[in-house]
Design a protein around this ligand. Sequence first.
Ligand code: TXA
Ligand code: MG
Length: 417
Amino acid sequence: DEWSIDYEPSGGFESLRRAAIELASTDTPVAFPTETVYGLGADATRSSAVRAIFAAKGRPADNPLIVHVHSIPQLRELLGRSDSSDPIPEIYKPLIRKFWPGPLTIILPSPKDSILAPEVTAGLSTFGARMPRSILALALIKLAGVPLAAPSANASTRPSPTAAEHVKDDLHGLIRTIIDGGPCEVGVESTVVDGLSYPPTILRPGGVTIEQLRECPGWEGVVGYKDSPEKRTRPKAPGMKYRHYSPKATVVLYEAGTALPNAQGILEQVANHTSIGIIRTKGWPLALGLSIDWNNGLAQQKNGVPKSMPIAKRTLLENDNKKESGISNLLRSVIQHQTPHPEHFTLEKGVNSPIDLWDVDLGTQIDGVARGLFSTLRELDKKGVEVIFVEGIDDRNGGDIAAAVMNRLRKAAEVKI
Ligand code: TXA
Ligand code: MG
């Protein structure tokens, strides 16, 4: 088998060494864990290797890649020689001190004689750089001896991979090696910032929050990223214009505080579906009750079924040994279920048209929501759901990574409510 995922902890260093050799001696990219999402890495100084990343992902060539470094001296090499002074722009120094290694990407000027392959920057005069804090990532970059260009290791448009298995699902047959570091700690990508223009700007919200950035000298006035429904003509981070983070299912996103709709609002949306997913965060345990009542309404309206008929029948799947039935038990078990794995129910929509309902509770902690989001979208896809209703979280205070979560969800969603 051409394929290798290295699960062997004791083989850790050996597999990193082999991966480094593969990076140096072939053009095939290697997938590796970072604290944010898995990356698909290649020698950033070699065009043929960088082009192979774009090919494996199916990524548009005008979307530049982030360059990953393991040390500050390695970053300086990318900035070229400046006779006496440090080539790292002053504005970034407090950020580097505070957030590196970590989920922050900074935009830097490319020198004329840059050692980076031109494909990395997609024709821009700048490049993005970050030092990840995953020890496996740092070790791999160091062993490779070159900076690694690495986008997220998903097929283009799919949700970013937060486990080795996700990479395998997307890129099987296209790459040879995935370093398995287990599930990612952060779960959403790095924050991309531009400190070269004034005022400094967030180009993509991510693992470092706007509140944390504002604590740094020179960054008090950093401008946040605004998700906007209209298409911007020329997004500053080219990647932000593409359809992204999308499962196969249609995502219907409810902004924070919007109740899961009752009968009328949702009738058409579900009418044609037999399998739906619900991703809940805070307020919907209650609303799910409404949706079950509402289902009764739907059954009545569509089929004229009497109100007293049993409207929810739980199908026991997936090691579920609780032999419970009835709505209150069903709701209790849903509310207690804290892990991001779907629970399965069959709701009787009408006599002959059951709805498969996959219910996921990501919990009330924002960090947990971020960690579980992409894997849940992928998991629901595997269950074959046609539509996913997602309960959004409040992203207005800036103190947590809700902005990153909602940014990804708004991009994934086809319907926004
Ligand atoms: O957490 C992360 O950043 C992950 C891990 C693997 O490090 N990487 C990642 O890469 O998310 P990617 O390629 O999926 O997203 C890179 C983003 C894109 O939105 C791209 O347009 C932007 O960074 N970007 C890269 N270089 C840029 C530049 N010179 N100017 C503006 N935006 C840039
Ligand atoms: Mg990506």
